[in-house]
Design a protein around this ligand. Structure first.
Ligand code: SAH
Length: 354
């Protein structure tokens, strides 16, 4: 089996370079993580070594398409992995920083009906190196465009806490070697309670976001099926532990679905749940996905829901719908599914441009 470029650790790299002068290990490591360069670009290395490394440590991601939206401020890449699995990564540029949204799995097993990734099902876990390489590629692009990658969010395809070890090892690499602070890294979960507990006990205090979407078990069982295993009361106590141990502010994601979770009673329940945990609420107007019949809450309803939460003392923001026209917005990542295929999609929907 080959080792991918960003799956290799320092010891393995040292073993690979055991016939070279010792300083080469540092040189290559720095090249990969600080210069964000592939072996071929490390011109301080002898050519034969560059060639050897390029073969021994291949890249894990091959670009299939790159879609651009929001006047160039949003870029979505579709990659194939070495076994043919496909994932997507989204880079969002903001005035003060850029944020990359990475995938942790090809597909997802959590089966939330309103999410395009959930609709497509699970293919496999990503390796740590496949996650890190998404960050490196995005950081390289940000740098080439004259800005800096400021944040990494695990809000792409997959459930990061269902792939805990690879996610955690990627977080360490992003923190230790790419140099992003723990407060710049956010893990988003449907609410895998044992994973939240592991995260709280781990040695880097990263931010936690929970995709809540409902604050009563009856509705949440339907919207986020894992709730049947980890109901709201259990979830709340794991979240409280995370906040207590890490000191990080918790956030809840809430995709507003017309007539489903945007009623006054939903706001009231959410306010109680969020206030107890001093959580910040991110409202996401539901983005359209092919397999879900219900629509997003109209704009006025989103504002009303937000205002109601505010009046109830909740910290709340409405997330923008970045990348919607390239299916790069929250819940729209569906690499490799029929609708993600650019050729077919253009034919099916001629209004779309890319
Ligand atoms: N599995 C993790 C990571 C994915 S994050 C998690 O669920 O948190 C992707 C975010 O987009 C989640 O908050 C998810 O609930 C939300 N989402 C899914 N489908 C959506 C849609 N159609 N519109 C808006 N947000 C959606």
């Amino acid at each position: 089996m080959v080792t991918l470029r960003y799956d290799v650790d320092r010891d393995e790299l040292a073993a690979l370079l055991d016939d070279e002068p010792r300083y080469r290990v540092d040189q290559v490591w720095t090249g990969l993580h600080e210069q964000l360069a592939g072996p071929a670009e490390l011109t301080s290395l002898p050519k034969r070594l560059r060639e050897r490394l390029a073969t021994a440590l291949p890249e894990g991601l091959t670009p299939v398409t790159e879609a651009i939206a929001d006047d160039g401020d949003t870029v979505k890449w579709l990659w194939t992995l070495r076994d043919g699995a496909r994932v997507e990564t989204v880079l969002m540029r903001y005035p003060d920083r850029s944020t990359v949204c990475v995938s942790s799995q090809a597909g997802c097993a959590m089966a939330c009906g309103f999410c395009a990734t959930g609709q497509a099902g699970f293919s496999r876990h990503l390796t740590s190196g496949e996650i890190v390489e998404q960050v490196v590629r995005a950081a390289r692009r940000a740098r080439d465009d004259g800005h800096r990658l400021g944040n990494v969010v695990f809000m792409g395809m997959g459930e990061p806490l269902a792939n805990f070890d690879a996610t955690w090892s990627a977080i360490h690499r992003i923190h230790d070697d790419l140099g992003l602070g723990a407060r710049r890294i956010t893990v988003s979960t449907v609410g895998i309670v044992p994973g939240i507990r592991r995260l709280a006990a781990a040695d880097l205090p990263v931010n936690l976001a929970v995709s809540l979407h409902a604050a009563d078990d009856e509705l949440r069982d339907r919207l986020v099926p894992i709730n049947r295993r980890y109901p709201l009361s259990v979830l709340a106590s794991a979240c409280a532990d995370h906040v207590a141990v890490t000191g990080r502010r918790l956030s809840f994601e809430w995709a507003l679905i017309d007539g489903v979770n945007d009623r006054p009673v939903d706001a009231t329940r959410l306010a109680t749940y969020a206030r107890d945990l001093r959580a910040h609420v991110n409202l996401i107007p539901l983005n359209p996905t092919p397999g879900y019949p219900t629509r997003g809450t109209p704009r006025a309803g989103v504002r009303a829901f937000r205002d109601r939460l505010r009046d109830l003392g909740v910290n709340v923001t409405v997330r923008d719908t970045r990348g919607r026209d390239i299916d790069a917005a929250c819940g729209q990542l569906a690499a490799g599914s029929r609708l993600a295929d650019p050729v077919r999609r253009d034919r099916e929907d001629p209004r779309r441009t890319r």
